[in-house]
Design a protein around this ligand. Structure first.
Ligand SMILES: [Zn+2]
Length: 445
């Protein structure tokens, strides 16, 4: 048997000091602390923990398509996205909205970086279409049909989108139950509280959970406007009831606060240090790179016309910042109310680099005052339970892979920095990944 030892080991739920991890082939056989079992010690580490899980991302699902003439390999964006996730220590993702063909075809890419994918396929919405990868429905029967098709295509989630009325979200919950899928909801015409009462499994985007002025939030309402709503008096008081009910009903919340910030504040989007890494995945980022330094003034008009960025000056800017501060306070409130929080990045959105954006999201949770231990559990054990990959009672917390970490993430000052420097000791259980990406039809053969 091969053994790794670590000053600290985390298994997604518990911490161990002076710990060991025993491998049988490319699987974790056992782990514990104290005297290790017989075997050859092949690595000694500061910290060993399960790979990170991104509970909300889109494999190369950027709004901006890649022009085919730019690249020789039609799958380069997807490959690039998976490679970045792997590099950043992310071993599993929930892909919440994508072309269903993409997930199916990934199984046929032998050199794809191993990432375990749970997918929602196309998002379910009422007209008008707001994203390219959507399935439009107008009544409950069409909802049932769409969910059945998604199940046949290999989806394990349904994403109910911004225009769906409550009765159609209810139909989606029922159909998902029947076909063995789960439901992720993006608040809009059906708000977070209503969706929770209808029985969805997760609510996405904390920023959309308490729009005090306009509850019927359209999908592409500018993020700066959404943040300004959070600067209104009484927002946190109004949100308290929703949070209490999410906690009581065990509806998980995927806050996506970094994604909100990057969509609202152009300076932050342009300031992302890894923008170059997105060029082969979502080439539109070339324009953000051109805006660095003096280019920012020239670029503001492009950013407004094509990316929806408002030019934030004076009061408009300070109100957005005030709303941002309140949003982080709401994140802390959600934690304290007992809501199960799951980290997601919404990469590849604008200025959201796969993997690294998840690290930044975790850093913001840290800044919001959520305890480190809770952040780390959310990004590993709790997310694995959500994806259904942790086995009964979380007994197999290593399915997404095992990471060696050079600093103790419970005490290191810069959490994103800690995760930017990890490596996989054990890759994700790729047989599970391949199995997942096959359609039920293929599985039956
Ligand atoms: Zn998303």
């Amino acid at each position: 048997m091969l053994l790794h030892t670590a000053q600290r080991l985390f298994d997604g739920r518990h911490w161990y000091a002076d710990a060991w991890l025993e491998l049988a082939g490319d699987r974790v056989a056992d782990w514990g602390n104290g005297v290790p079992p017989d075997g050859e010690i092949v690595g000694e580490h500061v910290c060993v923990m399960p790979a990170l899980i991104d509970a909300h991302c889109h494999v190369a699902g950027s709004a901006e398509p890649v022009t085919p003439v730019q690249i020789a390999d039609p799958y380069e964006p997807q490959r690039g996205c998976l490679a970045l996730l792997h590099e950043a220590g992310v071993g599993a993702i929930r892909d919440l909205g994508n072309h269903p063909e993409m997930i199916t075809n990934l199984t046929r890419l032998p050199d794809t970086a191993p990432v375990l994918i749970r997918s929602a396929g196309a998002v379910l919405d009422e007209p008008p279409a707001q994203v390219a990868h959507c399935r439009l429905v107008t009544d409950a029967e069409q909802v049932r049909q769409a969910v059945r098709v998604a199940a046949e295509e290999g989806a394990s989630w349904v994403k109910t989108f911004a225009n769906l009325r409550p009765e159609l979200v209810a139909a989606a919950v029922q159909a998902a139950d029947r076909f063995g899928l789960r439901v992720a909801h993006r608040p809009g015409r059906t708000d977070a509280l209503t969706a929770a009462r209808l029985g969805v499994d997760t609510v996405e985007h904390l920023a959309l959970c308490a729009p005090p002025r306009n509850r019927q939030s359209p999908a592409h309402r500018p993020a700066a406007e959404v943040l300004r709503d959070w600067a209104e008096p009484g927002v946190l008081e109004n949100l308290a009831g929703t949070l209490a009910e999410l906690a009581e009903r065990r509806v998980r919340l995927v806050p996506l606060v970094l994604a909100t910030r990057r969509a609202a504040v152009l300076d932050d989007a342009v300031g992302e240090p890894r923008l170059e890494r997105l060029l082969n995945i979502a080439p539109i980022h070339r324009h953000l790179i051109d805006m660095r330094g003096a280019g920012l003034n020239l670029g503001r008009r492009f950013a407004r016309n094509y990316l929806g960025y408002e030019h934030l000056r004076g009061k408009a800017r300070s109100t957005v910042e005030q709303g941002w501060t309140t949003l982080l306070a709401a994140l802390r409130d959600a934690y304290e109310a007992g809501v199960v929080l799951l980290p997601g990045s919404d990469a590849v959105g604008i200025s959201l680099v796969p993997g690294y954006a998840l690290h930044e999201e975790l850093g913001l949770w840290d800044r919001a005052g959520i305890p480190r231990d809770a952040i780390l559990r959310a990004a590993t054990g709790q997310a694995a339970a959500l994806l259904g990959i942790a086995g009964p009672k979380g007994r197999d917390p290593w399915t997404a892979g095992v990471l060696a970490v050079r600093k103790d993430p419970t005490v290191a000052t810069n959490l994103p920095g800690v995760f930017a420097d990890v490596r996989f000791l054990v890759p994700p259980t790729t047989t599970a990944a391949v199995e997942q990406r096959r359609t039920p039809l293929e599985r039956a053969q």
